[in-house]
Design a protein around this ligand. Structure first.
Ligand SMILES: [Zn+2]
Length: 380
């Protein structure tokens, strides 16, 4: 895949000039966009351009601190106002997860490892364009625009920052009117393509936001992982339907639906008493039992959990009536922030009680786990 470095650096420069000009104004979101884009430049060229952005470094750090605290505030508000429902949802999905499948997935992984297929650029496009086309012209357009204009970076890059654990991220800005996807992946194997589809889901969401101007795209939005997780899981399902690497695609679905809730479940007991936690000045959430965790960790685990659960339910709605779903999905993308979990779930056409009880997705999940377990009966 080719990447247009010249346009990328020009855009980065444009954003930098904008930030310098508006140094005193509240440009926190733009600053965060800039830093996301700059991070990749540092990894690629070894130039630390974020450092020289503000003449007054103290000011920049203060901006970032305020930004992090604002994010944490939105996160904790969401937890506070949906605490009982989150507890119910996580308990129900935990009961639905078959604990044996983790071992089966592990063994199957070993079987796949030596025979992974590598996709060419053409094969990659032939695979994902018809998939995104199912979700309407605007969706396909946003995806094609990004890829054909060389704003998707795929390539082996050494990570220099141990602190960030993402293999890919999407960043855009209304100031430059464009979105970029920057990744650390170096080969086009199916699992990486699924990851790219996730990022393209963010790009579709961002594009929608930039066009509508009614909503600000932010990583603090508890719904921000829903579109990306939806396209990711729907793509894996599409592969199964079209008999493309079926076993691997099924396992990707199973792994998502099992591992992400499990990761979140380690907090769910703490969330039963939301009134008893406080946030210290370093942005650490401290619970009444003395445990503390970084706000960003709670954010990641909670938002991927919400994203995955809503995505799996949305997939069931999509399978039932694709046309009707596309309209609902578009409504969802345009929904203003700070709605309740219930309002967001219902906008996607999902019954809220069925969402909390996991009744809608259970048969789908059970079918997939039973298939896998049949192959590895000797393990269970
Ligand atoms: Zn994401």
């Amino acid at each position: 895949m080719e990447f247009d470095y010249i346009s990328f650096l020009k855009d980065l420069y444009k954003l930098k000039l904008y930030l310098l000009k508006h140094e005193k104004a509240s440009t926190i979101d733009e600053l965060s966009d800039y830093l996301s884009l700059a991070l990749m430049t540092r990894d690629r060229f070894g130039i630390n351009i974020e450092e020289e952005l503000y003449s007054n470094k103290k000011h920049m750090y203060k901006c970032m601190h305020n930004y992090n605290m604002k994010q944490l505030d939105i996160l904790l508000n969401f937890v506070n106002s949906n605490c009982d429902d989150l507890f119910q949802l996580s308990t129900n999905i935990n009961d639905a997860i078959n604990p044996n499948i983790f071992d089966c997935l592990f063994v199957e992984y070993g079987n796949f490892y030596n025979k992974v297929k590598k996709y060419s650029e053409k094969e990659f496009k032939d695979l994902i364009y018809p998939f995104f086309a199912q979700y309407g012209d605007n969706t396909l357009k946003a995806v094609k625009d990004l890829i054909e204009n060389k704003r998707l970076l795929v390539g082996a890059v050494q990570k220099t920052d141990d602190d960030h654990d993402h293999d890919a991220f999407t960043a855009g800005s209304a100031v430059i009117g464009k979105t970029y996807i920057l990744t650390y992946i170096d080969s086009m194997i199916l699992e990486n393509i699924v990851l790219l589809v996730h990022e393209l889901g963010h790009a579709v969401d961002l594009q929608h936001t930039m066009l509508s101007q009614s909503k600000k795209y932010t990583a603090a939005d508890p719904m921000c992982e829903v579109p990306s997780c939806f396209f990711e899981i729907s793509f894996a399902d599409y592969l199964v339907q079209n008999r493309i690497e079926t076993d691997l695609a099924n396992n990707i679905i199973l792994a998502k639906l099992s591992a992400i809730p499990r990761q979140f479940l380690k907090y769910h007991k703490m969330l039963t008493s939301p009134s008893d936690f406080l946030v210290n000045t370093d942005g650490i959430v401290v619970f009444d039992n003395g445990t503390g965790l970084k706000g960003s960790n709670l954010r990641n685990d909670l938002y991927y959990f919400i994203g995955t659960m809503m995505a799996a339910n949305a997939l069931m709605i999509h399978k039932d009536n694709p046309k009707e779903f596309n309209k609902k999905f578009s409504d969802f993308l345009g929904l203003k922030q700070e709605q309740t979990l219930k309002q967001n779930v219902e906008t996607l056409g999902i019954n809220y009680d069925e969402f909390l009880s996991c009744e809608l997705i259970k048969p789908y999940y059970e079918e997939k786990s039973n298939e896998l377990i049949k192959r590895y009966k000797y393990l269970v």
